[in-house]
Design a protein around this ligand. Structure first.
Ligand code: SF4
Ligand code: SF4
Length: 220
């Protein structure tokens, strides 16, 4: 097996079996002790990394976080997502709602729910466009439901599912086992900076697995 394949398999194993202990180590700040033991890029290249993350303010891209993404096959694998929401502090800047963009894909249920709320599908359709290639309705952005003066969503309790998940994005192709966030969101960028040192925990687990140690699936 090539080194690359080996690392891929290691990360997959890490994602599956270390997730509970890994999330726990991160929550408890285990990285602080590890960072004292050896030099790490998250400290040495901190400023450079921060500048890179802040580029997302102008050119949106996705950042992989040192948190496991959900694995549908493994029960309880939403620990990473739960820790993300525990830590995420929305700044309520509204940028995700009022910034012009390609639009926001709606699930079928979103379309029905919001149309029902407006009392008219026809009215809602004027706020959307139909994407033939994707076969879905897309809510136009800037979002017509964002109240710029009151700085709030006018349909908050029934907002589309994509809005409830933002700034979480699907994992990056090259990092399929980690949560990814939209760097355009300032709160997501803050979290990426705050958790930069957590990568040493991931790397520690990868080398532990590569070192051939058994993974105890029951590790809390
Ligand atoms: S861009 Fe981020 S910080 Fe701003 S309102 Fe949206 S989720 Fe909150
Ligand atoms: S529906 Fe609400 S939360 Fe979603 S983009 Fe519009 S204003 Fe923002």
């Amino acid at each position: 097996m090539s080194g690359r394949d080996q690392l891929k398999r290691t990360k997959e194993t890490c994602h599956r079996y270390c997730a509970p202990s890994c999330v726990d180590q991160k929550r408890k700040g285990f990285h602080i002790e590890l960072l004292k033991l050896r030099p790490h890029w998250s400290v040495q290249k901190k400023e450079e990394q921060f500048q890179k993350i802040d580029l997302g303010d102008k050119v949106p891209f996705d950042i992989a976080l040192p948190l496991p993404a959900r694995d549908e096959e493994t029960p309880g694998s939403d620990r990473g997502i739960r820790l993300f929401w525990e830590m995420f502090r929305c700044q309520e800047c509204g940028r995700c709602c009022y910034t012009p963009g390609a639009g926001l894909c709606l699930e079928k249920e979103d379309f029905e729910r919001v149309s029902h709320h407006l009392g008219s599908k026809k009215k809602f359709k004027t706020m959307c466009r139909y994407d033939k290639a994707l076969g879905v309705w897309v809510l136009k952005l800037p979002c017509p439901f964002y109240d710029k003066d009151g700085k709030k969503c006018q349909i908050y309790t029934i907002r589309p599912q994509t809005c409830t998940k933002y700034p979480l994005h699907p994992p990056l192709k090259e990092m399929p086992y980690n949560l990814a966030v939209d760097a355009f969101c300032p709160a997501a960028r803050e979290l990426a900076k705050e958790t930069l040192g957590w990568w040493i925990i991931c790397e520690n687990n990868w080398s532990r697995i590569l070192g051939g140690q058994n993974i105890d699936k029951r590790t809390p």
